[in-house]
Design a protein around this ligand. Structure first.
Ligand code: 9MR
Length: 453
């Protein structure tokens, strides 16, 4: 009872193996085993728990052993990228990616295809093409890869990292963007759907994990795609974090606002530089955010062991370089509801109602705009909420819907309470909206703290 958690879990695993070996597994020991790995604990929550995998390490027994024991999904880290699969035009090389796919299939793991159209790891022959030829090459590349893996891929990152960092919200310059224009993204998704209608089609990016100019730009694109019937099923949030770029406080709310557009969301390349409790807590925050968003279908860490991480010196993963489970591993397993917490469930707590708010501009014209604020309940259900929205003078709100407002004496701070939409289940959202007369100021309003009861 007073053994360290990691030891007791390992002991439980050894016991489980022994029981399996003697074929005397009982229902009780089975459920203990089922809760004891990342993949099975996530499955208990209806999610997958995946990792990036490199084909070159599959022959290492500790690597393959950890993969097979802990994970229920894989993403080839580099093997499906354009430079790996079509380094010469129309000559396709699938050997390394095939190795990962067949390994994953033999273990019943889901496979995320990564990635079809990306400015990086792009052979120079592609960047040298003229527009018409580039369009043909892009569609051919999508077609050949998706046909080769048809029926085997859970979700494809169809387009990766197409937006610029920073405040511009603009598309990133790339051969595709520069020669084909904005429409290349839509074209890539349409081609992808026509090749494998059963694969989920995702847009994937980084620095879009919280609400910011870049994620707003992606949000607007997804919203536009949904409104025009452009096939998109999911948005991937890479979630590469470190002290300069920590887990944003509105991480869950951001996932939720995308989910509210009618797409699945997935955490696709999670790694968090650091160590010890701080790293463990950040991992737990991310996992809980995914669990709180019903359309968050799974999460993938960007590698198994710190030893092979793309940023190994930051020790960002769940297993150290000797494949020992780190505190971050324990925290993730506990957050997933697996064994290792030792202390019973975390759901029933009654720790108080909380909520978060996110503002989005939904329409914009010369002298006005429409805004929407999404209110999301925290880990507990709520029966009421209040939040403020502060407008830059001399803007004036002309209409408000789905909320009732009171104003401060300066006429700039609007306090909003629910009308009919006060009750929210844990993690669920509602929204209110308004029309604003700009009166010369185009700045966005700011939302204050959300208070729930
Ligand atoms: O982890 C990948 C690393 O091995 C490669 O050298 C690198 C090359 O660009 O790509 C890394 O994976 C990236 C992923 O494909 C897309 N998002 C960012 C990832 C980390 O750079």
């Amino acid at each position: 009872m007073d053994m360290p958690k990691a030891f007791s879990r390992r002991a439980a695993r050894a016991l489980t193996s022994a029981l399996l070996a003697t074929a005397t597994l009982t229902a009780l020991s089975h459920s203990a085993a089922a809760a004891g790995t990342l993949g099975s604990a996530a499955a208990g929550k209806g999610r997958y728990f995946g990792t990036a995998v490199a084909a070159s390490h599959l022959g290492e027994s500790a690597y393959a052993g950890t993969l097979d024991r802990e994970f229920s999904a894989v993403t080839p880290e580099n093997e499906m990228k354009w430079d790996a699969t079509e380094s010469t035009r129309n000559t396709f090389t699938f050997a390394a990616a095939d190795q990962i796919v067949s390994h994953a299939q033999s273990k019943g793991m889901k496979i995320r295809g990564h990635t079809l159209v990306w400015h990086s790891q792009l052979p120079s022959w592609v960047s040298g093409l003229g527009a018409a030829d580039l369009r043909t090459a892009m569609n051919n590349h999508i077609t050949q890869l998706m046909q080769h893996y048809k029926g085997k891929i859970y979700a494809w990152d169809v387009v990766n990292e197409a937006f610029q960092d920073g405040s511009s919200g603009a598309r990133r310059s790339s051969p595709f963007q520069d020669k084909l224009g904005d429409g290349y993204i839509e074209e890539a998704f349409r081609t992808a759907r026509s090749v494998d209608p059963d694969a989920k089609l995702c847009y994937n990016d980084y620095n879009t994990d919280g609400v910011n100019a870049k994620s707003n730009a992606v949000y607007n694109m997804v919203k536009d795609f949904k409104s025009r019937g452009v096939p998109i099923d999911c948005v991937g949030f890479q979630s590469h974090f470190n002290s300069a770029s920590p887990v944003p406080s509105d991480y869950r709310a951001n996932l939720q606002r995308f989910a509210d557009l009618g797409v699945d969301v997935q955490i696709t390349e999670l790694d968090i530089e650091g160590s010890g409790t701080a790293q463990a807590n950040s991992y737990a925050t991310v996992v809980k955010a995914c669990l709180a968003v019903s359309r968050c279908t799974g999460m993938t860490v960007w590698g198994i062991t710190d030893k092979y991480s793309w940023r190994s010196s930051g020790t960002p993963l769940l297993f150290d370089s000797n494949y020992a489970e780190k505190p971050a591993y324990d925290a993730v397993l506990t957050a997933l509801g697996g064994s290792g917490s030792g202390g019973g469930g975390g759901n029933g707590g009654g720790t108080g109602a909380t909520c978060t708010v996110v503002f989005t501009k939904t329409a914009d014209w010369n002298d006005g705009y429409n805004g929407q604020v999404t209110v999301t309940a925290g880990a507990a259900p709520i029966t009421g909420w209040t939040t403020t929205v502060t407008f830059p003078a001399p803007q004036k709100v002309s209409t408000l819907w789905n909320g009732s407002a009171s104003w401060d004496s300066s006429g700039t701070v609007m306090t909003v309470r629910p009308t009919y939409n006060a009750d929210l289940a844990a993690g669920a959202s509602t929204s209110f909206g308004f029309t604003v007369q700009k009166n010369g100021s185009s700045s966005a309003p700011t939302v204050g703290t959300c208070t729930a009861s």
